[in-house]
Write a protein that binds this ligand. Structure first.
Ligand SMILES: N[C@@H](CCC(=O)N[C@@H](CS)C(=O)NCC(=O)O)C(=O)O
Length: 244
């Protein structure tokens, strides 16, 4: 069973990440929650992969003023949204493609054509699919729910994801999905690894090894540490069935 809805007290503003203080940082990544938003986490990992200096700003989508301001940056009102050099990008795959084009030397996509095609295919599948997993096992980096009952539709999503990982790890030799270095696909699946840990999803040998690589990845650790320090959102009630 998912965690019951809980009442939450109003909270102070989220603490700044180190890069918030970077003087003259040109790019801004607007995010929602560090603890609850898998999309925000992906956007952050992608920016870290690109190696750009950027400022992280947390927006409370429940706050009408913040929402109005956000509309100026993200016409879909969705987060994360990256503002960089005149570009306003409110979608993680668009952020990934943009950063990969702008900083090709960072090799965010695999160099080999077939690997690159697969990387796009599985990143797209993550972006568009796995609705049952996303809605019934919501990201909650601070939680550990060992006796969680996994609904069959979510189980099917999990099995599909594990097959995608196993195939990539076998074909490209690991330890990342496409070989020796992280790619866009690893950023897309990193929040899934975190969900698997929260809800104690059992993993076989190759998938467990992959999960450990993701959890030891410096940008993931940085994000998780900040999530632990993040106050609960300043809203009266958070609907944990919402798709994050
Ligand atoms: N496809 C989008 C999904 C982003 C998304 O759904 N973001 C949610 C929160 S994590 C959001 O901004 N919701 C704002 C709202 O519903 O008002 C992406 O790839 O970034």
């Amino acid at each position: 069973m998912a965690e019951p809805k809980r009442r939450r007290a109003a909270a102070p503003a989220a603490p700044a990440l180190a890069e918030d203080a970077a003087p003259g940082a040109p790019a801004v990544l607007h995010i929602s929650s560090r603890n609850y938003s898998s999309w925000s986490m992906r956007g952050f990992l992608l920016c870290r992969m690109a190696g750009i200096p950027f400022t992280v700003r947390t927006v409370d989508p429940e706050d009408p003023g913040a929402r109005a301001e956000l509309l100026l940056q993200s016409s879909s009102i969705l987060l994360p949204c990256l503002s960089d050099a005149g570009a306003e990008l409110w979608d993680t795959l668009a952020i990934a493609e943009y950063l990969n084009e702008r900083y090709p030397e960072r090799q965010m996509m695999p160099a080999e054509r077939l690997a690159r095609a697969r990387c796009r295919a599985i990143s797209g599948e993550m972006h568009a699919g796995f609705a049952a997993l996303r809605s019934t096992l919501p990201l909650n980096l601070r939680a550990h729910i060992p006796d969680f009952t996994i609904w069959s539709a979510a189980r099917a999503d999990i099995d599909r994801i594990l097959k995608l990982w196993r195939d990539c790890l076998a074909e490209w030799g690991g330890p990342w999905l496409f070989g020796a270095a992280p790619s866009v696909a690893d950023a897309m699946f990193a929040p899934v690894v975190c969900r698997f840990r929260t809800y104690d999803v059992a993993l076989d040998g190759p998938c467990e090894a992959y999960a450990r690589i993701i959890l030891a990845w410096a940008p993931v650790q940085e994000w998780m540490e900040a999530a632990l320090r993040e106050p609960e959102p300043g809203i009266a009630e958070l609907d944990l069935d919402a798709e994050f």
